[in-house]
Design a binder for this molecule. Structure first.
Ligand SMILES: Nc1ncnc2c1ncn2[C@@H]1O[C@H](COP(=O)(O)OP(=O)(O)OP(=O)(O)O)[C@@H](O)[C@H]1O
Length: 281
């Protein structure tokens, strides 16, 4: 059953189209990876889901309703660069994440004690209990990003939006974060949209991998057309057979023509006029 529905979305900045004819149905609990060339509108799409922007045309529905303008309860978001508060301790950061309107200082008495107890439960879940009283600057990059995810989860959102969340981390920490995110996802059943530049990460973590690209090009006016979803790959089972191919041919991604993969389910999002030529990542 559809949880997030995106219908014929167009978005432009000034007279410059960024997205066009984006259609999508996502079930609750699905993990959707989003890849595409730099500047093609992936973050713009996340901002539309967050209701930070309104589309020029089209409609987004979350559980049948337009996305609420206030962040927090329904959707949590994590960016590439650590979005935690540097002047608050790790525990206070989690408390602050519970509600954007109610920073930690707004909790008093029993309410504050309850909020701190909930924060401690989140910290235990993300493995940061031992640094609860420290400031973010004293943590490693991976720990800070775990804190950012914990902060987003403190409000118990049904949807987690991740914009290149592991892009700034070293490869080892990145792998640890993959395990961490998969565990959290299994525990919470949340729906995830993750923008990544790492194709194999997208296939490893996602149930689906969406490729954003332009289907129409004007060589004289490269900004004339917007991007849309050109591929929607079934990536369950760890992105097999994509991962097997990567193992066999290291260095294959990202130029490999994804459409040639055996067993990849490519769903049609644009209708008969669209003629995707393969992602340029
Ligand atoms: N508020 C804005 N006003 C005008 N142009 C914008 C605005 N936000 C984004 N853009 C432009 O829209 C295009 C799409 O930006 P967006 O950040 O969505 O791309 P992206 O696919 O996420 O890129 P990257 O992979 O590099 O992060 C870019 O050319 C960007 O400069």
């Amino acid at each position: 059953m559809t949880f997030v529905s995106v219908r014929n979305i167009f978005q432009s900045y000034g007279d410059r189209p960024i997205l066009e004819r984006v259609n999508l149905d996502v079930a609750e609990g699905e993990f959707v990876s989003i890849v595409g060339a730099s500047g093609c509108g992936k973050s713009t799409f996340l901002r539309l889901l967050l209701a930070e922007e309104r589309p020029v045309k089209g409609e987004i529905r979350i559980d049948g309703n337009p996305p609420a303008v206030e962040p927090g309860r329904e959707r949590g978001v994590v960016f590439q660069r650590y979005s935690v508060f540097p002047h608050m301790t790790v525990r206070e950061n989690i408390v602050a994440g519970e509600s954007f309107e109610r920073a930690s200082g707004r909790f008093f008495g029993a309410e504050r004690r309850a909020a701190l107890a909930r924060a401690d439960a989140v910290l235990a879940r993300i493995g940061l209990s031992h640094v609860a009283g420290q400031y973010p600057a004293t943590l490693s990059g991976g720990m800070q990003q775990r804190l950012a995810i914990g902060q987003a989860l403190a409000a118990r959102p049904r949807i987690l939006l991740l914009d290149e969340p592991f892009g700034a981390l070293d490869p080892g920490t990145r792998l640890q974060m993959h395990d961490f995110l998969m565990e959290l996802r299994a525990e919470t059943g949340m729906t995830v949209f993750m923008v990544t530049h790492d194709l194999s990460e997208g296939f490893k973590l996602g149930d689906r991998v969406l490729v954003f690209d332009k289907t129409r090009w004007d060589a004289d006016y490269p900004d004339r057309y917007g991007a849309t979803v050109t591929y929607d790959f079934d990536a369950r089972d760890g992105g097999m057979p994509f991962q097997h191919l990567l193992d066999q041919f290291p260095g294959l991604a990202p130029e490999f023509p994804l459409s040639a993969l055996p067993g990849s389910a490519v769903r049609d999002h644009q209708g008969p006029e669209a003629a995707p030529t393969g992602p340029r990542l």
